[in-house]
Design a protein around this ligand. Sequence first.
Ligand SMILES: [Zn+2]
Length: 372
Amino acid sequence: MNALELTRALLRFNTINPPGEERACAQHLGRLLEDAGFTVRSYEYAAGRTSLVARLGGSTDRPPLCFAGHIDTVPLGATRWQRDPFAGETAGGRLYGRGSSDMKSGVAAFVTAACNLGARLHGTPGLALVIVAGEETGCDGSRHLTRTAGALGEAGAIVVAEPTGNHPCVGHKGALWLHGRTTGVTAHGSMPERGVNAVYKAARAVTLLERFTFDATPHLVLGAPTLNVGTITGGLNINSVPDAATVGIDLRTIPGQRHEEVRERLSRYLGGEVALTPVVDVEGVWTDPDHPWLQEVFDLATPFLGARPAVRAAPYFTDASLLTPAYGGPPTVILGPGELEQAHQTDEYCRIDCIEQAVELYEAIARRWCGV
Ligand SMILES: [Zn+2]
């Protein structure tokens, strides 16, 4: 199997989320994995929103190694693309397309590595491939798998194939996205004294949010938690007193911060005028870089990077936020062929040599785990 050709095949499925529609893309991967001897089960959290769990091998001495990735992509954005986002165009050593870096190349690379190993995995700890829908809107596919009894099975370590330029990352922050809603009483815009203005309440909240400080000690690698107000909406027409407004708040947390506590503290801080509801709620992950398995991954990655990798974190969140706790906290690495800066960009691309290197690296990690 050729990982570049598989990535191109995956790019041809439009899985822009929203709306998602991952089913055909998932089925394509499912057929390939079944042909290679994997047992494949599919799970839908809504019509057409298909995730897969594929397994091969299994032994009593060690749980399987898990490779994880998502097959949905973000929308194309407002800027016109110079390349066809779905054709899998190649030029100058790059493969272009929506999802080329984030992260159809990563999924194609681990599926290729898994299929290459195929029958040799029988009688070994084996592999569990978790390929999910709906990551970009807050890990919906992964959340569904964690809530479906027996879907995930076991895993002793996790490789999340998100874009890192094949540099192992040992953790990332969590994300807590909240809608802060204010309400008021509408009235004619010529008689504002008869109403209660929800936008004024939202404006007061935004001013407070700009000054909010966390009571957490910064993480050595991940740094301090952050807060950003990303959106503000309110009012329907210029000549009415608005009776509703919403502020979109993006908090990035560090491991050890409990999201429920963060939300409660923020709620107290903002006072009774603002009702907070979570939109995305995924906690951070972190594996001690001295963990023997991570050291092994660092060893295996070294020849591809030209030097032993430094300890790094990913700037975004991943399905590990859901999968790692669901598997009981095994060591987790974020490691994939996509270019980190290319995720969500116009004319997104992935370096073709990185895809090929990722296949080799994943195969090496899997062989070491399975002893083949
Ligand atoms: Zn991604």
